[in-house]
Design a protein around this ligand. Structure first.
Ligand code: FMN
Length: 379
């Protein structure tokens, strides 16, 4: 038990590697690439299991799913077929041995005590390998499916604070408790068992606004931030230093991660050609425009040039850092992230299963050589 009465947090994301790696978005059809190419990710259960087992053997630290309830349409119905993430995590945890599997959970859409017990169940199945990605939601169409109202931005995080406080209390060694807040009034709450092994699951959040980041700094073990093209090395260093410094002011430690999209081929030219083929020549532009319109990004609001730039950025893994090139280039890109102070990155591929073996054999080997990771296991 920690001084605050909370269950003890787990400190490491599954390894002592200096640069941790995860796979992002595999629970959704198409993954993160808004493309029509036929080899795009199926998101099927057998493919998810094979991927998780491959990642487990290779020493990849975690899998991070997307909490998505409604697809984006277009010719592929981008992310139209998605597994609910906590049950998805339970299945994968049962079939792996080392991997941390996150559930990505919309706090406003589930009662905190049901959520807390689900997380504990997943954590016991995985013997301490479940992680929580708390999201507040932004997509009004998804909330309408639940008959729920999307609160204004500040209230979303105020609600999430109480929700997470309840989760942490339910996980804590404390027996019965009451909770009185602005959003919740709970009496005689009892929740057993506790998370696995007397510690609590890792908690992450990916808030980008000042309020969202402050939430992560106060509550989470990891903040995921976009450091996409256009953000300099120095700006990334400053961001990481600032976030870690603010957490220390609260007497806490936090790690900063990012997300990326990997296209790695034996030569830079092949990688660029494949990237262009999938993301520019065969993007599902209708789906891209639907996503952008939900965020009120149109040629009218942003101007033609900026709209084109954002469109391409969105087609490429919905805005992750593109890591396109031969194994040296991709390994160098990842090394730079570690040098900027990032703890890790969650990556996606067009087809995770097809592309992961080459990535592990070539890029992970180089990262091991650079001292950033243990040698990858053979898959
Ligand atoms: C790595 C990452 C994963 C995210 N996963 C989801 C998700 O699965 N579902 C969702 O609704 N939002 C997701 N988001 C959105 C964030 O939770 C957050 O709402 C967004 O970055 C905007 O920040 P803000 O809430 O501070 O305005 C994700 C963002 C990132 C960078």
């Amino acid at each position: 038990m920690s001084n605050s009465g909370e269950a003890v947090p787990r400190t490491a994301m599954g390894s002592a590697n200096r640069l941790k790696l995860g796979l992002f978005g595999a629970n959704c059809s198409s993954g993160r690439a808004v493309t029509t190419v036929p080899e795009r990710w199926s998101g099927s259960w057998p493919d998810c299991v094979r991927l998780a087992q491959m990642a487990d053997l290779a020493g990849i630290e975690f899998m991070l799913p997307i909490g998505r309830w409604k697809g984006y349409g277009g010719t592929t119905d981008y992310q139209g077929s998605t597994f609910e993430t906590v049950t998805w995590a339970c299945g994968l945890l049962a079939k792996t041995e080392r991997l941390i599997v996150f559930g990505t959970v919309h706090a406003p859409l589930i009662a905190p005590l049901i959520a807390a017990k689900e997380f504990v169940t997943a954590d016991h199945i995985g013997e301490g390998r479940f992680g929580l990605n708390l999201v507040c939601g932004w997509n009004e169409g998804e909330f309408e499916m639940f008959g729920a109202t999307l609160r204004d931005h500040e209230a979303r995080y105020a609600y999430a604070q109480e929700w997470l406080d309840i989760i942490k209390l339910a996980w804590s060694p404390q027996e019965d408790f009451d909770f009185g807040g602005r959003f919740f009034r709970l009496k005689g709450v009892r929740a057993k068992p506790k998370p696995y092994g007397g510690t609590r699951p890792l908690i992450m959040n990916a808030g980008a606004s000042t309020t969202g980041q402050a939430f992560a700094i106060r509550n989470c073990d990891a903040l995921f931030s976009n450091v996409s093209r256009g953000i300099s090395f120095e700006e990334t260093v400053q961001h990481v230093t600032k976030v870690k410094g603010q957490a220390r002011e609260h007497g806490r430690e936090i790690d900063v991660y990012t997300v990326g999209v990997v296209t790695c081929r034996p030569t830079a030219r092949e990688a660029e050609e494949y990237h262009r083929h999938c993301i520019l020549e065969h993007a599902d532009w209708e789906a891209v425009d639907n996503i952008l319109a939900m965020k009120n990004i149109t040629p009218q609001t942003h101007g033609a040039d900026e709209f084109r730039r954002l469109r391409e950025h969105q087609a490429n893994g919905v805005g992750g850092l593109p890591l396109v090139g031969d194994p040296d280039m991709v390994a160098n890109g990842l090394t730079q992230l570690a040098e900027a102070g990032l703890t890790g990155i969650a990556v996606s591929f067009i087809n995770y299963l097809d592309e992961l073996p080459y990535f592990c054999a070539e890029v992970l080997r180089r990262l091991a050589h650079a001292g950033l990771r243990e040698k990858p296991g053979s898959i």
